[in-house]
Design a protein around this ligand. Structure first.
Ligand code: 13P
Length: 252
């Protein structure tokens, strides 16, 4: 059975005092004694502090982005080995905000994916369609292409150390969540796509949903057969709400 996974993507929010307060709330929660994976992805500059604060906790942490390059003249960038050096376990790749604001291509995301896996990080590949693409019935075509490019470039075996996050762009930060059925349909199609390459990987990979997940809608999403957890933005900044979402994923 696949273990539930809840990732809090803090995006560009927080500061030392607020992060400390948030981590104090979530790290003492009983969710820590359950069999679920809980991860927070703070802005990279705070990873060291988060690491210190989570030292005695089961909560893991990761980054929101990373460079595809090992080292060298890449001003402002951070490498996968640097993240591993700081004890990160996860890295988000190809978040829609990076695809749109930073023009990241599927090819660049695949390069980052390869670098992450090489550094023993779990790559969280984010995929999703725009509202216009959904209305044009292109949802699965778009997502299949986003995944296909990475499979072609890094090989299906690399997905043993990966998670896929389905985040419909129209549901991110809008308060409008995909219905459990809409999300399930896409998750199932993703699993079927991966099964064409490797059935074991398709069965075991965690596929999580993101886009306006909150303390009220999480449970219904997690009841779906192919939804293994959530990538949570806004609600991950509110300790009590994040805990409720984590609790909703227990035993699914
Ligand atoms: P919200 O939960 O704020 O919609 O953000 C989702 C997201 O982009 C997580 O990566």
């Amino acid at each position: 059975m696949r273990q539930s996974l809840i990732i809090g993507n803090w995006k560009m929010n927080g500061n030392l005092a607020e992060n400390e307060k948030l981590l104090n709330i979530i790290s003492v929660s009983p969710i820590l004694y359950e069999d679920i994976d809980v991860v927070v992805c703070p802005p990279s500059i705070y990873i060291t502090h988060v690491r210190q604060q989570l030292a005695a906790s089961k909560i893991k942490y990761g980054a929101q982005n990373v460079s595809a390059y090992k080292n060298g003249a890449y001003t402002g960038e951070i490498s996968t080995t640097m993240l591993a050096d700081l004890g990160c376990s996860y890295v988000l790749l190809g978040h829609s905000e990076r695809r749109s604001l930073n023009h990241e291509s599927d090819g660049q995301i695949a390069d980052k994916f390869a670098a992450a896996v090489q550094a023993n990080l779990t790559a969280v590949l984010c995929v999703g369609e725009t509202l216009a693409q959904r209305q044009a019935d292109e949802t699965f075509l778009v997502i299949a292409q986003q995944i296909q490019k990475v499979v072609e470039q890094v090989g299906i075996q690399a997905f043993k150390q990966a998670v896929i996050a389905y985040e419909p762009i129209w549901a991110i930060g809008t308060g409008e969540t995909a219905s459990p059925e809409q999300a399930q349909e896409v998750h199932q199609q993703i699993r079927q796509q991966l099964a064409k390459y490797d059935e074991n990987i398709a069965r075991s990979i965690q596929i999580i949903y993101g886009g306006s997940v909150n303390e009220n809608n999480a449970k219904a999403l997690f009841l779906q057969a192919d939804i293994d957890g959530a990538l949570v933005g806004g609600a991950s900044l509110k300790g009590e709400h994040f805990i409720t979402i984590c609790q909703a994923s227990i035993n699914h």
